[in-house]
Design a binder for this molecule. Structure first.
Ligand code: ZN
Length: 304
């Protein structure tokens, strides 16, 4: 088994909550690109301006920070389900979405969908599906952790009601109860590997053994909660140890994410195959990731 040159993508990770140590460990483990969905931040925001600054950081500072460790950073833009329940605020966020969703490196509208499956969540989910159609962007769907099966089926029903092509929709946070129907209906099925609970690496191995690698992808959803930014590399290596083929590992941990989100035209393999060299002497609006350390430059340290 030679996994030295494994290239991996984590298509769902909230890097604003992670450290530079995480970036270094992820690059060393083979992660070449990440997709950071817009999400809530643990406590509800009270002002539209905080959304504006958050979206700006996803396309600005965080993208720069990743580049300083040899990782390409992309994001999705959207109003998350939890905060869709604050209608006056949601209205203001909806107004700013088109501006941010059309920026460089934005690969989908997301993560959107249902949390408690309230009428307001439904309203803003539908409005954002229409926005995705208008901007010709894929959609990344967060399925609820409570009432998952019902919420997942409902998300797909609503997508179809709005005429979305399932091949442009990634349904995330699947489990054994939802995967078959998601695949049968033609959607991409993403799985979040949660450490010590819910969907663990071992269960993921069994899912790939049973369902194969077509339209299945793996992510960490790592954020400010208990989560593992190395979930994708760890699962990839466990799959190889358990006898899953290198082809299936590449499809589920790299290629399918690239193909699905590549439909945006914003994420391309050449971005990391012919990368700009890591250059930690660079600044972003006058700011560096370093605190007195010697800047690292050149390609050597990110070659795997
Ligand atoms: Zn997320």
């Amino acid at each position: 088994m030679d996994d030295t040159h494994l290239m991996l993508i984590d298509p769902h990770i909230h890097m604003v909550s992670r450290t530079t140590d995480d970036y270094e460990a992820m690059a060393a483990a083979g992660i070449v690109a990440v997709i950071e969905p817009s999400f809530w931040q643990g406590q509800p925001r009270t002002e539209a301006g905080t959304f504006k600054d958050y979206f700006s950081s996803l396309i600005g500072w965080e993208r720069f920070r990743a580049s300083q460790f040899g990782i390409r950073h992309y994001c999705t833009i959207g109003l998350n389900a939890k905060e869709a329940n604050n209608e006056p605020l949601a209205e203001q966020v909806m107004d700013m979405l088109p501006l941010f969703a059309t920026k460089e490196g934005v690969v989908a509208i997301g993560e959107i969908g249902y949390d408690d499956q309230t009428p307001l969540e439904d309203k803003y989910f539908r409005l954002q599906l229409e926005l995705a159609k208008e901007l010709n962007l894929p959609v990344q769907i967060h399925t609820p952790h409570r009432d998952k099966k019902k919420g997942t089926l409902r998300s797909m029903d609503v997508c179809e009601e709005h005429g979305l092509d399932p091949t442009r929709v990634i349904i995330d946070h699947n489990n054994e109860e939802t995967v078959q129907e998601v695949l049968n209906r033609g959607y991409w099925a993403a799985f979040t590997i949660y450490p010590k609970t819910k969907m663990g690496n071992e269960r993921m191995v069994e899912i790939v053994k049973k369902y194969g690698h077509t339209r299945i992808m793996i992510d960490s959803s790592a954020d400010w909660g208990v989560s593992d930014p190395l979930a994708v590399p760890k699962t990839a290596r466990l799959m190889l140890q358990r006898g899953i083929s290198m082809e299936s590992v590449k499809m589920t941990c790299y290629q399918n994410a690239l193909t699905a989100y590549g439909q945006s035209g914003q994420i391309k393999e050449e971005h990391w195959l012919n990368p700009a060299e890591v250059d930690q002497t660079r600044l972003f609006e006058g700011n560096s990731v370093l605190r007195g350390q010697t800047p690292r430059t050149g390609k050597s340290e990110i070659i795997r």
